[in-house]
Design a protein around this ligand. Structure first.
Ligand code: ADP
Ligand code: MG
Length: 288
């Protein structure tokens, strides 16, 4: 753990033993694997390095995301954006560095499947819905430990799960398509369905890799609305090239941060206006 986080933790413990009452509850003992957001940080990466045959895909990358934040990540091809998501989700182990989910969960000590259960959902670039199943069945499928189609047909969701499915269908604009075969949906609708499948698991942190690639302008706008409706309740990391989309995602709050990756590290971080005016960013990212 970083010295900074440790110091905050010590401070919090001291505070809770001294004063009792409300702050004692604040400093309560967490169950193992429970996400601790009391410091306000949901994701904490420090000096992460990943090499592939000597090539540094990530080079001392440090970044943190606040609980409830929607963070946009931009950067040229090959900057390391996808590799960063691979590290967070346990797909790739870094050569060096630290990765914490909340202040207590060391992501580098967990397997990919455990990280999903801890509350990190990831949307890959291509939609991976089950085309033969209906929209509803796809949502059901995401709730199951056994992802085989046969298991899905036998699955009976609980009342709570049915309520959740209904809420998610509304959120992803697919309520009227619930009984339709997923293969018949448009590309954008498939992407929303996949986001819905992730939402069924109520992730604390959602990672989205180029979610609007290949979408129509209208679908892109609806996706921005959807993601904006998720912030606060969830924390989001959105990697995207489409600057109009980034502008839509940051339009609700002028202070919202955008991070620019380049050659495996953070080149710049600030509001969209700040990073767009940054000469280094203009040089490497916008090619001027
Ligand atoms: P981005 O998503 O920002 O476009 P990536 O994270 O996919 O960038 O890739 C960063 C760099 O690492 C690229 O140069 C890519 O070719 C390289 N890379 C990524 N994954 C691998 C891998 N499994 N083996 C070798 N090189 C890789
Ligand atoms: Mg990528």
């Amino acid at each position: 753990m970083s010295p900074d986080l440790m110091e905050q933790g010590v401070e919090r413990l001291q505070h809770s033993t001294q004063s009792g009452g409300r702050s004692a509850a604040y400093g309560r003992v967490l169950r193992e694997g429970e996400l601790d957001l009391s410091h306000g940080t949901v994701l904490y990466l420090e000096d992460i390095s990943v090499s592939f045959d000597g090539f540094k895909a990530l080079n001392k990358l440090s970044l943190d995301i606040a609980a409830g934040e929607l963070r946009c990540i931009i950067g040229p091809n090959g900057a390391g954006k996808t590799t960063m998501m691979d590290v967070i989700t346990g797909k790739t182990r870094p050569d060096a560095g630290q990765a914490f989910f909340g202040s207590t969960i060391n992501l580098l000590r967990h397997r990919e499947s455990e990280i999903v259960r801890l509350g990190i959902g990831r949307k890959f670039q291509k939609p991976t819905v089950f085309e033969q199943l209906t929209v509803l069945q796809n949502l059901e499928l995401s709730l199951q430990a056994d992802p085989r189609v046969l298991a899905c047909l036998r699955f009976k969701p609980t009342a709570t799960q049915l309520d959740r499915m209904d809420a998610v269908l509304t959120q992803i604009h697919l309520k009227s398509e619930a009984t339709r075969q997923a293969g018949l949906l448009s590309h954008g609708q498939k992407q929303w369905l996949e986001i819905g499948m992730l939402l069924m698991l109520e992730p604390k942190l959602l990672l989205l890799d180029e979610p609007v690639a290949g979408m129509t302008d209208h679908e892109t706008e609806r996706t921005a609305e959807l993601l904006l409706s998720l912030q606060g309740q969830h924390s989001l990391m959105v990697v995207e090239h489409d600057m109009k989309f980034i502008a839509a995602l940051t339009a609700d709050d002028v202070r919202k941060k955008v991070t620019v990756l380049h050659e495996g590290s953070v080149l710049a971080e600030g509001t969209l206006n700040q990073v767009q005016a940054n000469p280094q960013v203009l040089e490497v990212y916008l090619g001027r």
